[in-house]
Design a protein around this ligand. Structure first.
Ligand SMILES: [Zn+2]
Length: 65
């Protein structure tokens, strides 16, 4: 598990909450983690994993060339 996926990780401490809601439509969780002030913990983790996945996809393509 990545630190961003762990609700108990220090990076997900409530001290990072901005007092606003997550920017994902329909999500009422508090926004703010050590990674970004815009997403809640869950959506931040999904976002980071998505970036990681596409980045690895890019690398895989790169290696083939
Ligand atoms: Zn959210």
């Amino acid at each position: 598990m990545e630190p961003c996926e762990d609700p108990n990780d220090p990076g997900n401490d409530p001290k990072y909450h901005t007092g606003k809601k997550c920017v994902e439509p329909g999500c009422n969780h508090p926004a703010g983690t050590a990674w970004s002030p815009y997403w809640c913990q869950k959506h931040n983790a999904e976002r980071l994993n998505g970036i990681g996945a596409s980045f690895e996809g890019m690398l895989a393509k790169f290696k083939k060339v």
